[in-house]
Design a protein around this ligand. Structure first.
Ligand SMILES: CC(=O)N[C@H](C=O)[C@@H](O)[C@H](O)[C@H](O)CO
Ligand SMILES: CC(=O)C(=O)O
Length: 283
């Protein structure tokens, strides 16, 4: 079950302990595709309310298999004062061309035309990997509220092209935490990642080292993040494990994942947490 009572504390934790000032809710880590439309509305509402005055931006992911559900969530996001919406490609009946995907995104955005709109590209999970350059071509003619991409993919050529063809008022955000530094080198305007729930303060240091041109320091942090995630992946890393780590590091009660995902076995959680503590002892 969703647990609203923890969200206020969660926001305080992220802002105070992890220096995270914007949040992407009901996405992958939020298990949005396993939630009902009603649950997603309730969560989005609580995040928008509790983040008011504490966070800069709340972006609500509203992608669903059904266009109607996505539109309902987009309208709702506008009503509750979200700062933007994002949409993944539907993944059971998949858009087979860039045009089909653009049409779907257009239909969602058009019910909330005042809200900044982001395409959430995550081909490993949606199975939809139509060329992004085709999706983005003159996209503002079709979607005037289009403001960027959350790019969760390892293809840095495609990411670079995405940055290079972006307009000045867009944000192209990188979503592979293990290689954010490469994304920054390609011109990422920001980052969205599941591990920033517990690595946010370190990722901030990585980003500011990069901005200052201190690649040695930036790499040292990136390598530690890679080491943690490689270790976790060897033991079996999925959303259930990630969530357990979020629980253990923050002390918040964020609960187990929803079926079909499985809770993280206790021994695995412990071992990954120890690795985290040895790599990031200051936390
Ligand atoms: C598939 C997935 O969950 N991607 C996340 C962002 O979108 C990332 O933050 C990863 O969880 C992270 O890079 C760890 O592999
Ligand atoms: C991490 C992220 O981007 C998501 O949960 O969707």
């Amino acid at each position: 079950e969703i647990n609203l009572t923890e969200i206020g504390r969660y926001i305080d934790y992220l802002t105070e302990k992890q220096s995270i000032n914007s949040i992407f809710v009901n996405g992958t880590t939020g298990e949005s595709v396993s939630l009902s439309v009603a649950e997603r509305k309730t969560l989005a509402e609580e995040w928008c309310q509790k983040a008011k005055g504490k966070m800069d931006q709340v972006i609500v992911h509203v992608g669903c298999m059904s266009l109607k559900d996505s539109q309902e969530l987009a309208r709702h996001a506008a009503q509750i004062g979200a700062n933007g919406i994002a949409v993944i490609a539907p993944s059971y009946f998949k858009p087979s061309t860039a045009d089909a995907l653009r049409t779907f995104l257009h239909h969602v955005s058009s019910v909330a035309p005042a809200l900044p709109f982001y395409y959430y590209h995550i081909p490993a999970l949606t199975g939809v990997d139509v060329p992004l350059s085709d999706v983005l071509e003159n996209i503002e003619e079709l979607i005037p509220s289009f403001r960027g991409v959350k790019f969760t993919g390892c293809d840095l050529t495609e990411f670079g092209q995405c940055v290079s063809h972006s307009r000045p008022h867009w944000s192209v955000l990188y979503g592979i935490d293990e290689q954010l530094l490469a994304g920054l080198a390609m011109g990422a305007h920001g980052a969205v990642g599941s591990t920033y729930n517990y690595l946010g303060s370190h990722v901030h240091k990585l980003m500011s080292a990069f901005e200052k041109g201190d690649l040695i320091k930036a790499r040292a942090i990136q390598f530690k993040i890679q080491e943690l995630l490689s270790y976790a992946k060897k033991l079996g890393f999925d959303l259930g494990v990630n969530k357990q780590l979020m629980n253990d590091v923050s002390g918040l009660c964020l609960g187990p994942p929803r079926s079909p995902l499985m809770p993280c076995p206790h021994a695995r959680a412990l071992s990954i947490k120890q690795k985290y503590q040895s790599l990031f002892p200051e936390n």
